[in-house]
Unconditional design. Structure first.
Ligand code: BES
Ligand code: ZN
Length: 586
């Protein structure tokens, strides 16, 4: 069976001996009554070919397959594997240029969340969104679902007439017919399948600049437009650092609160959690992060999930360069110091699985969602900082631009990065012991440590209840660093004194709020429980669910409350967030 065939990716059935998809034409009808997409996917190949073709699917019902002439093609849908999903095998006659597959999705499709009207701000209309990274696109359409194979696409979605559909692509028109509306798009830039993205709901938009528009439910549009107003200046700065913005538009979609991530870098249309709308732009580094992916991740893409640090570590580095340019070096250093603290906490979650704290991972038999942590983000960031310190900023910046230019619209592995860096700046990798960073556990003792006078001032206050005057002018990042540095477990008295003076429980900055609530829960401070329940009932972002449920479940006095919160709110969480909480409560 094997002679010369090789999998391109441990998380895909795509095989390098088979034809490669170059273009997808996707047509689907969105049925809110049954939580089903009725779809037709036409895959056109780079070159005509024949023989076996294996596609990735998950929970799809395949209704038929045909070639470009409409000639039916035999297919076999294999039994589902727990991580990869079900392989769809087709047998193509020689010279096949395209296959057209009719199918429908499952109501439990892992990429989709269907929200009832009462789960939206407006309360009148349902909402649907996709989240395909890392390997969920296959639950929306049959594909060669590996980032090694980029595709261009056209798409057409039929939705209820009262709703608007948006997609990470160029809008090409809307037509209405009776109760229904059909929206069309074209994606001129080739993308890895995990960047396929769309949402359907009652949406309104406001222009922020000629190339930036914000979308949100009408009730949140004004707040979102205020929060993200700096986006054009961010793009300008990013272009000066990383080269021209290659995606024409950068729009932002404000997601429902159940969106499981902070943001998702869907090209031309970044998805952002509404929890970043603090009212004072104090969480816009998430926007900078998703924007930075337009270069690191979307232009230069990890070849598979084992090289995820190439996406996220580079993006955290790029995000902090943007923050530094807009808000100054001091602020970027504070972000890095917080990153280091969160990294140490993340690593502590993997005492029995040190291999998941390597930058390059081996994920055969492992679900990328289970391997997800801050390690590729922050360890990747500090590794790049170590390289930058070794060669100096000017040389590192010049190399970064050449790396982005050379691998533009490509997919690469860790070895591709290493070879490129070594060619440009020979010897530096060995000097920082890159092998230890990439294939070793934990953090090297030589890792650069963020230092500044404000960090030192914070450290002096650790564990005290400071005078209000001593905290004048603190940024949200400083408040978080301060809270993170309170020795655990704190006493209930300390918590009460802190909250009486600084009103953390009333904070509108979710990062500060959740850091505070976690500290108070770990102290056994029952007075925060109503606020914890409120957050868990309203927000489905996994970054917040994880520490809150963990702290609740760890304390015998609040363990039952954790289960009760999940029983009450869990149905409103995204499928992957439900899975996370179930694993925490087990
Ligand atoms: N691409 C990620 C989100 C993601 C990663 C989704 C892996 C699915 C699988 C996105 O760019 C991201 O990193 N979001 C962060 C925000 C950030 C500022 C670190 C998040 O969600 O917290
Ligand atoms: Zn990211």
């Amino acid at each position: 069976m094997t002679g010369g065939m090789a999998r391109l990716d441990p998380h895909s059935y795509a095989d390098d001996s088979q034809v490669e998809t170059e273009h997808l034409s996707w047509v689907a009808r969105v049925d809110f009554a049954t939580h089903t997409l009725h779809g037709e996917a036409t895959l056109t190949f780079r070159e005509p070919g024949g023989g076996a073709l294996d596609l990735d699917t998950r929970e799809l019902v395949i209704e038929g397959a045909a070639d470009q002439a409409g000639q039916a093609l035999p297919f076999v849908l294999h039994p589902a594997e727990p991580i990869l999903g079900a392989r769809l095998s087709l047998e193509l006659p020689p010279g096949t240029r395209a296959v057209r597959i009719r199918y429908r999705t499952s109501p439990s499709a892992s990429a989709l969340q269907w929200l009832a009207p009462e789960q939206t701000l407006g309360g009148q209309h349902p909402f649907l969104f996709s989240q395909c990274q890392a390997i969920h696109a296959r639950s929306v359409a049959p594909l060669q679902d590996t980032p090694r194979l980029r595709l261009r696409f056209t798409a057409q979605l039929t939705v209820p007439r009262a709703l608007t559909a948006v997609m990470a692509a160029a809008h090409a028109g809307r037509s209405e017919d009776g109760e229904l509306a059909t929206e069309r798009w074209e994606m001129p830039q080739p993308i890895p399948p995990y960047l396929l993205a769309f949402a359907v709901g009652q949406l309104a938009s406001q222009d922020l600049s000629p190339r930036c528009r914000v979308w949100a439910e009408p009730a949140q549009l004004g707040a979102a437009a205020y929060e993200f107003a700096e986006v054009e200046s961010m793009i300008t700065v990013a272009e000066s650092l990383f080269g021209p913005y290659d995606w024409e538009r950068f729009d932002v979609l404000t997601m429902p609160p159940s969106f499981p991530y902070g943001g998702m870098e869907n090209p031309r249309l970044t998805f952002l959690t509404p929890t970043v709308i603090a009212g004072d732009r104090s969480l816009v580094s998430v926007l900078a992060h998703e924007l930075a992916h337009s270069w690191t991740g979307n232009l230069v893409t990890n070849a598979n999930a084992e090289h995820f640090w190439l996406n996220e570590g580079f993006t955290v580095y790029a995000e902090r360069r943007i923050v530094e340019a807009l808000e100054g070096e001091e602020m970027a250093t504070l972000h890095a110091a917080l990153g280091r603290r969160e990294l140490d906490e993340s690593m502590a979650r993997f005492p029995d699985r040190p291999e998941l704290t390597h930058l390059r991972t081996h994920l055969g038999g492992i679900d990328p969602d289970d391997a997800y942590s801050l390690v590729p983000y922050e360890k990747g960031y500090f590794f790049l900082c170590a390289l930058e310190a070794q060669v100096g900023r000017p040389a590192f910046s010049a190399w970064l631009r050449s790396y982005l230019a050379d691998f533009r619209f490509g997919a690469i592995t860790t070895d591709d990065f290493l070879a490129h860096f070594e060619r440009a700046l020979p010897g530096a990798l060995a000097k920082v012991d890159a092998a230890r960073w990439i294939d070793g556990p934990g953090m090297p003792a030589s890792a650069p440590a963020p230092r500044s006078s404000r960090i030192e001032a914070l450290e002096r206050l650790a564990g005290t209840v400071p005078e209000v005057a001593a905290t004048a002018g603190w940024s949200a990042t400083e408040w978080q660093l301060f809270l993170e540095a309170v020795p655990r477990p704190a006493s209930v008295e300390t918590c009460r004194a802190l909250d009486a003076r600084f009103a953390f429980t009333a904070s509108t900055n979710y990062d500060v709020l959740v850091t505070w609530l976690t500290l108070a829960l770990q102290a056994g401070d029952a007075s925060v429980l109503p606020r914890v329940q409120e957050v868990l009932g309203k927000v489905g972002r996994m970054k917040y669910l994880r520490p809150l449920y963990t702290a609740l479940a760890k304390n015998p006095q609040t363990r039952a409350l954790a289960s009760a919160c999940f029983a009450a709110a869990g149905k409103g969480y995204h499928p992957i967030a439900q899975q996370l909480v179930e694993s925490l409560l087990r």
